[in-house]
Design a protein around this ligand. Structure first.
Ligand code: NDP
Ligand code: 2IT
Length: 450
């Protein structure tokens, strides 16, 4: 954990968070990172201290934990645990994805929900923060098993949702297929075609163009803005993108469109290194059509190399875009990246860099875009999907992408300017945490003690 000291008013608040949430390491990490940035804000805004905004913001408004029973293809009963943490609704209905992964426990959902509050605030759109999921492992399951699990999950969750209450979407292990099964079950139970209750929907049943691409495109736009602020661009840059899921795929696409070359991607088993540039159509065939493993890429692109168990951050690059999971870049990885000439890092994933790693990037003064700013394009486009659903309209790809691009530019500029205003130019961590916090905190004060 980072050694940076906390402001004397904030230290006891953090100690209380540790005491009240034992064993939730990722949640502690996410809270500490935000609190480390807020000392100067407390000086400028004594009303936030008086109204105990930080103490309140660290405590979820509501946490739901439930049993998810389902039957596998052999007829055997399986039990998983479901979660929805409704963290903060000062700015709008709870909004955030659902993660299905065996590593999921309350501490992961709380870290994600906590980050989501500030990310959603940065988008400038009316959405609060929440997150959910399950320790269900979708890998190797049949479509029938996925459907039965999703139906059971929604049979409990539906009572907590609503277009004005709580609006889930996808995250790791949850994409169009899973959202379809969940939307179908919601519609059946409630007898309402309530499009605005979920985002990331398919295009034939209320989804928005660009939502599938939005996180990866948005993260690439954010890095392009950071590079532009330094008089540079993606043109001719060698890039590395970890993961090979939704975020990674559309990051690769947009980087290639903007003139960069992605030479590596990965999954939890290994790394693909393609010095001549990753063939995106092949990655998409393997991941989106066949639902296979990235290792099989090297069997079909003979110039590429598969490194089982490899560390993607050992591959030299100008731009690194972690797009898999939390804490995938540690201090050592960050030092390797900087030593190898990395000039920019854009986080498609949530909290992919450890506190040590963040310190290395900030000390090296490279362009470092933290997840809650860089990957906000996904949830921002979810909010655009909600707008389209509310007006029973659907926008063109070009118009929706233009809106996403503007939003990412605005987030970049807000973080950049806030970092300057607080005396730490170029520090997007401070910029994102401070700007994201102030908007939510101001709304919480205005809404009274709730
Ligand atoms: P997907 O399920 O589509 O893909 C996840 C990718 O990350 C896979 O390649 C997966 O490999 C890898 N991965 C997941 N968990 C681990 C792990 N514990 N160790 C190593 N590799 C892992 O998810 P997304 O692309 O949607 O999400 C990726 C990241 O982006 C997550 O951090 C998510 O929170 C974040 N994000 C997603 C948004 C969205 O709109 N989808 C929006 C904003 C952020 P494997 O198949 O081997 O598990
Ligand atoms: O982490 C995230 O921002 C997401 N998984 C997307 C959330 C959303 O509601 O679109």
């Amino acid at each position: 954990m980072s050694a940076a000291p906390l402001d004397e008013k904030l230290e006891p608040i953090f100690q209380e968070v540790l005491r009240r949430n034992p064993g939730e390491l990722e949640f502690h990490q996410a809270v500490r990172e935000v609190l480390e940035c807020l000392g100067p804000v407390m000086v400028k805004h004594p009303e936030f201290v008086e109204h105990k905004v930080i103490e309140r913001i660290c405590e979820p408004e509501r946490q739901i934990i439930f049993r998810v029973p389902w039957q596998d293809d052999k007829g055997e009963v399986q039990i998983n645990r479901g979660f929805r943490v409704e963290f903060n609704s000062a700015l709008g209905p709870y909004k955030g994805g659902l993660r299905f992964h065996p590593s999921v426990y309350l501490g992961i959902i709380k870290f994600l929900g906590f980050e989501q509050i500030f990310k959603n605030s940065l988008t400038g759109l009316p959405i609060g923060g929440g997150k959910g999921g399950s320790d269900f492992d979708p890998k190797g399951k049949s479509d029938g098993e996925i459907m039965r699990f999703c139906q059971s999950f929604m049979t409990e969750l539906y009572r907590h949702l609503g277009e004005y209450t709580d609006v889930p979407a996808g995250d790791i292990g949850v994409g169009g297929r899973e959202l379809g099964f969940m939307f179908g079950q919601y519609k059946r139970i409630t007898n309402r075609y309530e499009s605005g209750v979920l985002t990331g929907k398919g295009l034939t049943w209320g989804g928005s163009l660009v939502r599938t691409e939005a996180t990866g495109y948005g993260a690439s736009f954010f890095v392009a803005e950071m590079l532009r602020a330094r008089g540079d661009s993606f043109d001719g840059k060698t890039c590395v993108v970890s993961g090979s899921g939704n975020v990674a795929i559309y990051t690769i696409e947009k980087i290639h469109e903007m003139g960069g070359k992605v030479v590596a991607c990965s999954d939890s088993n290994g790394v693909i290194y393609a010095e001549h540039g990753i063939d995106l159509a092949l990655v998409q065939r393997i991941k989106e059509v066949e639902r296979g493993r990235i290792g099989s890429y090297a069997e079909r692109d003979r110039k590429a190399r598969y490194i089982p168990g490899g560390n993607i951050w050992d591959i030299p690059c100008h731009v690194a875009m972690p797009s898999a999971t939390q804490n995938e870049i540690n201090g050592r990885d960050a030092r390797t990246l900087v030593k190898n000439g990395c000039i920019a890092v854009g986080e498609g994933a949530n909290m992919p860099t450890t506190p040590d790693g963040i310190r290395v990037f900030l000390d090296a003064k490279i362009a470092y875009g933290p997840g809650k700013a860089a990957n906000a394009g996904g949830v921002a486009t979810s909010a655009l999907e909600m707008q389209q659903n509310a007006s029973r309209d659907s926008w063109s790809f070009e118009y929706t992408e233009k809106r996403l691009h503007e939003i990412m530019r605005n987030i970049h500029d807000l973080c950049y300017q806030t970092a300057e205003e607080y005396g730490t130019p170029g520090n997007y961590v401070n910029g994102a945490n401070i700007a994201g916090f102030i908007k939510v905190a101001s709304a919480m004060v205005a809404l009274g003690l709730i």
